[in-house]
Design a protein around this ligand. Structure first.
Ligand code: NAD
Ligand code: IPM
Ligand code: MN
Length: 353
């Protein structure tokens, strides 16, 4: 019996509503499969925890998490009680950085029965590889106050190692898929970092002669994502560009409520973290209508990480069937609650036994 010990952080808002059903789905998979089990240890680290303790996680929180094989997280952020940069840098970004989760894998693909903003959604299937530990997300900079003049400076950090590692990951993925890689750039307007990004890409691509490449400026690329998503295979992007592109990817599928993500520690020294693309959605929290599919598809990515790809594929098939049969939450045009969708997914998984 293979046992996976997983740290669970539901976090804030709808994170607390979509994580329990996703755990139920994982338990169901274990029940159906037999040779596998999950042990979940839950941590209440969140903005509510911050109000009580003055920090988003205990001082030894990182040490505690290090003992787990993986981290399964809902969403972090409740800006009505804790400023976002405090809550996110105190928990989500802290975990990504301490555990060197330098790659963020974010797929988007066409699902039958999903209401997309596209009039004729074609059969698209793409993966964004987002550099996840540096780039535009940096703590370097400051605010300057001089008389009535005020300004803020934010430095972006692009290391050869960081760029190259994301690019190699993306090339390897493209080699196993449709052999096309797009680099998201902005070297026409950003003077230092983006020409550097392009130059690293030009060197790395020589090692992958089978992969066709192109570079696209992020503004045009964002538009192509909406107008021609079927033209893409793998896209490699810096941290912020990848962040923005993957919300667009979610919207093009039909809702960011279904988009999954995996934060990967490449050398396996630390746990990787699995959390959907969406946030804590305070506007719908408490209504029981959050779409659980993003969190459940994220569980599928965790199964892939545990080398249980076959089970992962089965789960994705069931998710797609449930959506195609119109068992959907309101964000994708349905009337079901969070629990109705996840219960149906569990029932259909049991029926596979
Ligand atoms: P958001 O993703 O929470 O919400 C954007 C819109 O999408 C909202 O209208 C919301 O209702 C909808 N939505 C999101 N997930 C949904 C789901 N599963 N089902 C149905 N609808 C869904 O983004 P935001 O409003 O910019 O951020 C809210 C909070 O979440 C902020 O504190 C932000 O910093 C945080 N956030 C956290 C993460 C994370 O922890 N990974 C990611 C993004 C945002
Ligand atoms: C995401 C989120 C985070 C990010 C925020 C909440 C810091 O938007 O995971 O996509 O920008 O990485
Ligand atoms: Mn985001």
């Amino acid at each position: 019996m293979k046992k996976h010990e997983i740290a669970v952080i539901p976090g804030d808002g709808i994170g607390k509503e979509v994580v329990p059903p996703a755990l139920e789905v994982l338990h169901t998979i274990a029940e159906v499969h037999g040779g596998l089990s999950f042990e979940f240890t839950e941590f209440p680290w969140s903005c509510d925890y911050y109000l009580e303790h003055g920090e988003m996680m205990p001082e030894d929180g990182i040490e505690t998490l290090q003992n787990f094989e993986a981290i399964f997280l809902g969403a972090v952020g409740n800006p009505s009680i804790v400023p976002d940069h405090v809550s996110l840098w105190g928990l989500l970004l802290k975990i990504r950085r301490n555990f060197e989760q330098s790659i963020n894998i974010r797929p988007a693909q066409y699902f039958k029965g999903l209401r997309s903003p596209l009039t004729n959604p074609n059969d698209f299937d793409l993966i964004v590889v987002r550099e996840n530990s540096e780039g535009e997300y940096s703590e370097i900079g400051g605010r300057i106050h001089r008389n009535e003049n005020e300004m803020a400076i934010q430095n972006a950090v692009f290391t050869r190692k960081g760029c190259e590692s994301a690019m190699r990951y993306a090339f390897d993925l493209a080699e196993r898929r449709n052999k096309h890689l797009t680099s998201a750039t902005k070297s026409n307007g950003i003077f230092h970092t983006m020409p550097f990004w392009d130059s690293v890409f030009d060197v790395v691509k020589n090692d992958y002669p089978k992969v066709e490449t192109n570079s696209s400026h992020i503004d045009a690329l964002a538009a192509f994502f909406v107008s021609q998503p079927e033209k893409f295979d793998v896209i490699v992007a810096s941290n912020l560009f990848g962040d923005i592109l993957t919300d667009i990817g979610g919207a093009v599928m039909g809702s960011i409520g279904i988009a999954p993500a995996a934060n990967i520690n490449l050398n396996g020294q630390y746990p990787s973290m699995f959390e959907p693309v969406h946030g804590s959605a305070p506007d719908i929290y408490g209504k029981g209508i959050a779409n659980p599919v993003g969190q459940i598809w994220t569980a599928k990515m965790m199964l892939d990480h545990f080398n249980e790809e076959e089970l992962g594929e089965k789960l994705l098939d069931v998710i797609q069937e449930v959506i195609a049969d119109d068992i959907k939450t309101a964000d994708i045009g349905g009337k079901c609650t969070t629990d109705e969708v996840s219960t149906e997914i569990c029932n259909r998984l049991r029926a596979l036994k």
